[in-house]
Design a protein around this ligand. Structure first.
Ligand SMILES: C[C@@H](O)CC(=O)SCCNC(=O)CCNC(=O)[C@H](O)C(C)(C)COP(=O)(O)OP(=O)(O)OC[C@H]1O[C@@H](n2cnc3c(N)ncnc32)[C@H](O)[C@@H]1OP(=O)(O)O
Length: 136
């Protein structure tokens, strides 16, 4: 999508069902083996009662939308805020949604609302991103 074609209010999304394998692969990739993610016996003793996904695993689907859909290829992250509102558990289906809040010409910078919902429509992450489109 060309920068000029993008309008305030445009949105795009990406959905993914979180598997046990996704959580273990993310732990292996990042080295974050926090027991709340990978130790079912420990996780039962927490307020969540079962293992939960890493916050940044769930948040990574915002990057998927930004890089693949809106603003799409040739975009680079400038900043991202995340507020983790509710846990994501194995088998949950999350949807990352990105909405254009503001365009800052002429540097082709976009301010975007970034939210992730679960299958019940509850927000699990909210935040904002600033992204620059490298090519017109
Ligand atoms: C580092 C990694 O290995 C770990 C992870 O990735 S964990 C995965 C990502 N995180 C989560 O999945 C947690 C999601 N959030 C929740 O489940 C809930 O927010 C909560 C259970 C942690 C808290 O919910 P609740 O008990 O309802 O919270 P309260 O509204 O009563 O607030 C308690 C105090 O915490 C403050 N707070 C709550 N949420 C946030 C937030 N997102 N950011 C900043 N602060 C938050 C809240 O203000 C309360 O503080 P206060 O001083 O008592 O007012």
């Amino acid at each position: 999508m060309r920068y000029e074609e993008i309008k305030v209010g445009d949105s795009a999304s990406f959905s993914k069902t979180i598997s046990e394998s996704d959580i273990y692969q993310f732990a292996g990739l990042t080295g974050d083996f926090n027991p709340v993610h990978v130790d079912a016996t420990y996780a039962e003793t927490t307020m969540f009662k079962e293992r939960i996904a890493h916050g940044l695993l769930t948040g990574s689907f915002v990057s998927t939308v930004l890089g693949m859909k809106l603003p799409g290829s040739n975009s680079v992250y400038l900043s991202q805020s995340f507020s983790f509102k509710a846990p994501v558990k194995i088998g949950d289906t999350v949807t990352a949604k990105v909405t254009v809040l503001e365009k800052k010409d002429p540097k082709r910078i976009l301010k975007l609302k970034t939210e992730v919902y679960n299958q019940y429509g509850s927000v699990v992450i909210d935040g904002e991103a600033m992204v620059m489109k490298l090519i017109k």
